[in-house]
Design a binder for this molecule. Structure first.
Ligand code: EPS
Length: 390
């Protein structure tokens, strides 16, 4: 299974193609649209989201709402393109009129400067249009198709916010809640957090940061339940599934750190505090008494819930511009000010959830015969039973 996306932030549309989804899977397009609406929301978003109303169009791989086993092609229109139709026209030749709004003062922390140097762009708009997190909308659409595949296999996933700036949300709670319970709680507030007591404190922090022209990052957690043991492999470094997941999460804009389970805290704990002791019962088979390792041993799922943490840096587009250099005159000056979100931690939690879903769907379809969903379901059920009887 593999996928690719195309499209610029202010271009006509975002496009995605995913190949390897089994035939016979019913796709609920409204669920994809619901995920797109959630990704657009969250406290701290800027004005671009008042323009966009993301809706997916599926133009290949589906017939009467059911997958054919052929590549699935998806698109999302950029409504803002109406304001950029000349500047971002894909085919009309460049003229003095349609090459205005050049970007020549790279923003520190964005792809602007290095992207320009690498691809020899003199207008850094050619970089920022694609490096923009706008692209994550189509990744969420693809991810939701994968989430629907996982749900058909009774595997459930949630991404939510654990920390905004320096404000930490109670980290112990998720251990006691199931994914549907976490989902209900985090979807009932605009910060996707579990602890309602912190909502107004975090709103104030975001408001104050906005007034200062600054931005905020945070920490995201993703939990996956009912994933079978033995996905990924220990036999070679490049078959380890935790490594693939870390790569996919790191590939989400502005993510600077990824960890599993207790993550970096494991470094200071003793071995006896970190390892998850093994137990067995005849109904459920092998299990672990704790889940410090976040569901992975030897690069393989061990049957415990997967727990992934992702640290997001603050958005690099600031209303309080930072020091930079004009790429033509080489004179120091202040970076371009572009419209921006104060924080994108809420949408990022949905994006990270979705890229994890894509990677897990990939691991499953790579492991089991997956031409058809019914056969895949039967194979996984047989495999789960075999693990209980091991
Ligand atoms: C982004 C800058 C802003 C965000 C954008 C990501 O866009 P604009 O430059 O048009 O104001 O709104 O995110 C989205 C459009 C989106 O849908 O998430 C950036 O520079 O990364």
């Amino acid at each position: 299974m593999h996928y690719i996306t195309a499209g610029e932030s202010h271009g006509p549309q975002l496009t995605g193609i995913i190949e390897g989804i089994p035939a016979g899977l019913t796709i609920n397009v409204e669920k994809i649209n619901q995920a797109l609406i959630s990704r657009q929301g969250g406290y701290g978003r800027g004005n671009r989201q008042k323009i966009e109303h993301d809706q997916v169009e599926i133009v290949g791989g589906l017939r009467h709402g059911v997958t054919l086993g052929s590549p699935i092609a998806l698109s999302i229109k950029n409504r803002d393109h109406a304001h950029w139709s000349e500047i971002m026209n894909p085919t009309s030749p460049a003229t003095p009129v349609n090459t205005v709004r050049r970007v020549e003062h790279p923003r520190p922390g964005h792809a602007d400067l290095v992207g320009g140097m690498k691809y020899r762009h003199r207008d850094l708009r050619n970089v920022l249009e694609r490096s923009s997190a706008r692209e994550t909308a189509i990744r969420v659409a693809i991810g939701n198709v994968c989430e629907q595949l996982l749900a058909a296999l009774d595997i459930h996933i949630i991404g939510y916010v654990q920390q905004v700036g320096s404000v930490k949300i109670n980290a112990d709670v998720p251990q006691k809640l199931t994914v549907p319970q976490i989902k209900r709680q985090v979807e009932s507030n605009d910060l996707r957090i579990l602890n309602y007591d912190k909502v107004s404190l975090i709103h104030d922090l975001i408001d104050q940061t906005k007034r200062k022209g600054d931005t905020l990052g945070g920490i995201i957690q993703v939990i996956v339940e009912n994933i079978p043991a033995g996905l990924g492999s220990y036999v070679s470094w490049n078959t380890k599934l935790d490594a693939k997941l870390a790569g996919a999460v790191m590939g989400v804009n502005a993510i600077k750190g990824v960890s599993f389970g207790d993550g970096f805290n494991d470094a200071e704990n003793l071995g006896s505090q970190v390892m998850d002791e093994i137990s067995y019962d005849s109904t459920n088979g092998f299990s672990r008494l704790t889940n410090h390792l976040g569901g992975f041993e030897g690069g393989m799922t061990n049957g415990m819930p997967i727990i992934i943490n992702a640290a997001m840096k603050p958005i690099p587009t600031l209303y309080k511009p930072l020091q930079t250099v004009d790429i033509n005159t080489k004179e120091p000056l202040k970076a371009n000010v572009e419209r921006s979100d104060t924080t994108a931690i809420v949408p990022a939690s949905i994006v990270v959830e979705n890229v994890v879903a894509i990677e897990l769907a990939k691991a499953i379809t790579d492991t089991f015969e997956s031409s058809n969903i019914k056969r895949l379901k039967a194979e996984i059920n047989r495999y789960r039973q075999e693990l209980v009887e091991y």
